[in-house]
Design a protein around this ligand. Structure first.
Ligand SMILES: [Zn+2]
Length: 244
């Protein structure tokens, strides 16, 4: 008997494959080799705002609520992954801050005497990305509490905050550049815009028609920042108490 096609298996999940794509995981049977056309497509995808970091920033600036809801329920391939997004945008901000030497009030603390709290704040200042992630956990807790009836779980809200705070860091970066290049105290306005954007984006995510949502977002945000700061102080003092 002449041969039937030998069985083929998905390279990713090892399921038997019959068409060009795996029914289990959607992976293509054969990946095309990387060539010039592949690179050109990848670059034009980014520059055309089809996907990637520029697409992510644009969508989150124009329609944050719809963009994040779509990421959760429909398509996870177009926006940059949320945790990566907040780490990258925080990195962009801190690189610019180191380069242009602008002073900010982000994670700021009186450094006149040396305590564990000062050490923690110093660490946060040098690691904006992780600092934002940790602060995001606190804000997510309050957001979850205040927007309980919408039924989102804690992790979904954390994802929302990664995107929102990521854009916040981009806003700060832009105002930081202005402050670095001129003598204007631009970062103060940047900070205000950060908060305004966050409330607007969170409010729209849940229900853009309910005005109360924007105020609830502001409360969640402020409560998150306050409880975050209190926790840092408390942990710092406790450590000082133990080691002294
Ligand atoms: Zn597969």
């Amino acid at each position: 008997m002449e041969n039937q096609n030998p069985l083929e298996y998905c390279k990713k999940c090892a399921l038997e494959i019959t068409g060009n794509y795996c029914v289990g995981c959607g992976n293509a049977k054969e990946l095309l080799r990387i060539d010039g056309r592949y690179i050109a497509k990848e670059i034009s995808g980014v520059l055309n705002f089809d996907k990637g970091i520029l697409y992510t920033i644009r969508e989150l600036l124009i329609r944050p609520g719809a963009a994040v809801r779509s990421y959760m329920a429909e398509d996870r391939s177009r926006l940059v992954k949320p945790v990566i997004f907040i780490i990258i945008s925080s990195l962009i901000y801190s690189v610019l801050r180191g380069f242009l030497h602008f002073e900010d009030g982000y994670f700021k603390y009186d450094e006149s005497n040396f305590t564990t709290v000062t050490v923690i704040f110093k660490w946060l200042q040098n690691n904006y990305g992780y600092g934002n992630l940790i602060m995001g956990v606190f804000i997510a807790f309050w957001t979850k509490l205040l927007f309980k009836k919408y039924g989102y779980n804690f992790y979904e809200i954390l994802i929302l905050l990664c995107y929102v705070m990521g854009i916040g860091m981009i806003i700060l970066a832009v105002f930081g550049i202005i402050q670095g290049l001129t003598d204007l105290k631009a970062l103060d306005y940047g900070g205000v815009l950060f908060i305004v954007y966050s409330c607007w984006a969170i409010g729209r995510f849940f229900d853009k028609k309910r005005v109360a949502n924007y105020f609830k977002a502001l409360f969640s945000y402020l409560l998150g920042i306050i409880t975050f700061a209190i926790s840092v102080l408390l942990i710092g003092y406790l450590i000082d108490l133990v080691i002294k």
